[in-house]
Design a protein around this ligand. Structure first.
Ligand code: LLP
Length: 427
């Protein structure tokens, strides 16, 4: 938990008195824009000034926030054509947009090439499509290829992408010669891309991936130098994947330490001829968000007390479907947003509103006594929550508020969904 409970309580109290968290809001999603800004600055300062930080849209696609981070000089990583459109709408210039996806169609590639965005091809077949397109399309795009360094899987299988097998990229060991051949044959191919995984990957694992990549780059560059002294791999995209702290004993990796490790591997990282791209998502967003939801009922069954709140697997999909892999701290505030801190604790389950038993945000945890109308805070919800919103049971997405803890200002990032939004979705 990054933000103190006192700060969170103060923000929620004010949002209630100023009617942002109104009687019509069962839940409100908050983003602390100061913390977000600080994270972005931390990333910027850790790396050389010419690095492109393409922040992963999949972690948080909210337009107002994308618009902000584009103004702060960041780039955007788009994992689909719609995400690419979101990036363009938010004002990211084409050379700051990185287009990744294992399923790019020919029209999507053509669009990306015409717009001049950076493209990471995911397969040999995609390289071939790009080569064909470049015969008829004038393009400013720079192009790289996603490699699987096969550095091993992290602690969370479903978000690991660099095991022996992965659906992403081309495995470097299995296809070494063919990849080198591609660099020789495609004079427009200049970059390499890896992404080891998201959360659950240690610093050693991330750096091991970078080591493997460096050895491979040296090998390719040696071959290219013999063919054409002007050609070499000039762009390295190291992906995202920095782990963040969701609970006190989680291991997090400060971005400055990671950047220090990378400097030890890539000796040309400061060279202005050389381009480094990062694609962080979780690291910049996770700790800047929290969710507040009113307790509707407190039920008792088989000696277990269950507080029913208004968000569950619709917003916190991973926590509910893969509870052993994902976790969020939970706190209790009174109905006006004052943190409850009494020592007299009881055990509770915190359940969402959805129609299945797995819709459970926490089981058997000790919390201060909970009453209906109290507010449950779920911490560190800034990444992969709103972006993974599920329509199950057709509940409406809550209002999203940006707060600035320095100026004490609020702004609406996204209005609470209304019935028309819902009807439109299902019709
Ligand atoms: N770049 C690529 C190519 C990615 O696939 C990802 C995440 C990122 C960057 C950003 O990674 P980050 O810095 O956020 O760890 N809770 C989700 C996580 C999926 C992450 C997918 N890729 C899930 O469980 O599906």
């Amino acid at each position: 938990m990054n933000l103190s409970l006192d700060k969170i309580g103060a923000a929620i109290s004010r949002s209630i008195t100023e009617n942002f968290f109104s009687a019509n809001d069962n839940s409100v999603i908050f983003y602390d824009l100061e913390i977000l800004r600080a994270k972005i600055e931390e990333v910027k300062h850790a790396f050389p000034t010419n690095a492109l930080h393409a922040i992963a849209i999949k972690a948080n696609p909210l337009s107002k926030i994308l618009n902000r981070i584009s103004k702060w000089g960041m780039g955007a990583e788009a994992a689909s054509l719609p995400e690419l459109y979101l990036a363009q709408k938010a004002g990211f210039p084409p050379h700051k947009i990185v287009f990744d996806s294992p399923a790019k169609t020919v029209p999507e590639l053509e669009y990306a090439l015409r717009e001049g965005v950076y493209i990471n091809a995911d397969s040999f077949e995609e390289l071939k499509r790009i080569d064909e397109l470049l015969k008829k399309v004038d393009s400013m795009s720079k192009i790289g290829i996603r490699l699987n360094p096969q550095a091993g899987a992290g602690a969370i299988v479903s978000s690991s992408t660099a095991g022996e097998y992965s659906k992403f990229g081309i495995p470097v060991i299995e296809f070494r010669d063919r990849i080198i051949e591609s660099f020789i044959n495609y004079a427009w191919l200049y970059g390499v891309h890896i992404h080891i995984g998201s959360q659950g990957c240690s610093g050693e694992m991330l750096l091991k991936g970078a080591e493997i990549l460096k050895d491979f780059i040296n090998e390719v560059n040696t071959v290219l130098a013999k063919k054409d002294p002007k050609r070499h791999i000039s762009t390295i995209d190291i992906g995202g994947g920095l782990p963040v702290k969701y609970k006190a004993n989680d291991i997090s990796l400060p971005v400055t330490d990671y950047a220090g490790g990378l400097r030890g591997i890539f000796e040309h990282i400061e060279n202005s001829e050389f381009k480094l791209i990062t694609e962080f998502g979780r690291y910049v967003y996770a700790n800047s968000g929290f969710v507040a939801s009113r307790v509707e009922y407190v039920k008792s069954s088989s000696g277990i007390k269950t507080a029913i709140i208004h968000v569950g697997a619709d917003l916190l999909l991973r926590r509910c479907y893969r509870p052993d892999d994902w976790y969020h701290e939970i706190s209790v505030l009174d109905s006006m947003g004052k943190p409850k801190t009494e020592n007299n604790k009881q055990k509770y389950n915190i359940a969402g509103p959805l129609c299945f038993s797995g819709d459970m945000l926490a089981s058997d945890i000790e919390l201060p006594i909970i009453e209906p109308r109290d507010i449950i805070v779920i911490h560190d919800t800034g990444a992969y929550t709103v972006s993974m919103w599920s329509r199950y049971n057709s509940r409406k997405m809550p209002k999203i508020i940006g707060i600035n803890t320095t100026t004490e200002e609020f702004e609406i990032i996204k209005e609470r969904e209304n019935l028309n939004d819902l009807f439109k979705f299902w019709s």
